[in-house]
Design a protein around this ligand. Structure first.
Ligand code: ASP
Length: 342
């Protein structure tokens, strides 16, 4: 406690070896006097359009929970976005299966995994949170619940995604591609593999509303050409998303298996609780992944994005090219290239 106080008072980056301990050095930030609110941040380039929808709610005094739900509706409904919702690339057997979760300022959460035929899995997740005693519904049960609650059954496999899958099927090689969504990275995107053009990526969104409350949402079609029934990190509370209204929120994108193994988003929030800045907390979570499996980490992408209670934000990824979008009254559609290990 004493040490933490001391670091907070100094308000700068301190190597703790200087005071005789082995704790990892971190940047202790001086909290701003006022919350930077409202604000919304989200993963990847497609976060810009999603943030705009969220901002319509936040800027008129709306609740962060409504903002994140409406925000992620944008990529969920976009057939051109082949890694989220409608138009998402299918699994190995040609089925589009969606993962999503949502969490509010009271610690309530809801989630759906491997859900088929429903365009807005995030809203089914919210219904699970609000209308059931459970947190997570999966597969057929999730679909049945959605249909009982008025959601429409739709074909989510677009012609483009069916074509990509047929192309992929010729070699049927499961090979996640790094940073495929990212415009900032376009010039250096190395892989052009059959059927793999939009291989994975998730929208994770975090918002702080004008009342100072936090919520988050996370939704994806997961890794393209995954095994049927595979569930990633995105619908798992603590892995793909975590929100603690006292501290902040975090979300992730990239190869979900590594995020689950490290309970990534929960870890980021807990590090912020210990005084880490959002970026340093994301960095530490990335370093855990790299440290445990350096050979795997070399060839995959995982990125974390975090927002603290004061409205400060940051991100960190294994590989270059992880972008995120920020929207508040000053920075309406800012796209930031997050820092990375490689
Ligand atoms: N995290 C997602 C999954 O593993 C994919 C991604 O965000 O790239 O399903």
């Amino acid at each position: 406690m004493y040490r933490r106080k001391f670091l907070k008072l100094t308000g700068m980056s301190v190597s703790l070896s200087a005071i005789g301990t082995k704790v990892i050095a971190k940047t202790i930030i001086n909290p701003p006097k006022q919350q930077n609110k409202p604000i919304v941040i989200s993963t990847w380039d497609f976060g810009i359009a999603a943030n705009q929808a969220a901002w319509n709610i936040l800027s008129t005094g709306g609740r962060a929970l409504d903002a994140v739900e409406q925000g992620v509706w944008v990529p969920e409904a976009d057939p051109k976005n082949q890694s989220v919702g409608y138009g998402g690339l299918p699994d190995r057997d040609g089925f589009v299966t969606l993962d999503a979760c949502i969490m509010d300022e009271f610690g309530n959460c809801g989630s759906v995994a491997a859900l088929e035929h429903i365009k807005h899995p995030i809203s089914v997740a919210r219904k699970v949170m609000e209308k059931t005693p459970h947190v997570m519904l999966a597969g057929d049960g999730a679909l049945q619940f959605a249909l009982q609650n008025g959601f429409k059954k739709e074909n989510l496999l677009t012609k483009e995604s069916a074509k990509a899958w047929e192309e992929w099927y010729k070699t049927a090689k499961y090979q996640p591609v790094v940073n495929i969504e990212n415009k900032l990275f376009d010039k250096v995107t190395p892989q052009k593999l059959p059927g793999n053009q939009y291989n994975h990526d998730t929208i994770g969104m975090l918002a702080l509303d004008s009342k100072g409350n936090l919520s988050g949402a996370c939704t994806t079609s997961g890794m393209a050409y995954k095994l049927h029934g595979r569930v990633g990190d995105s619908p798992i509370i603590g892995a793909g998303l975590y929100v603690d209204n006292e501290i902040g929120g975090a979300t992730s994108t990239g190869v979900g298996e590594e995020v689950i193994r490290n309970v990534g988003s929960f870890l980021v929030v807990e590090l912020m609780r210990q005084g880490y800045s959002p970026e340093d907390a994301c960095k530490e979570a990335v370093m855990r992944i790299i440290k445990k499996k350096p050979d795997i980490a070399k060839n995959i992408q995982v990125g974390f994005l975090a927002l603290n209670k004061m409205g400060q934000y940051g991100a960190y990824a294994i590989q270059k090219g992880f972008s995120y979008a920020v929207c508040n009254a000053q920075k309406n559609d800012l796209l930031i290239s997050g820092k990375s290990y490689y």
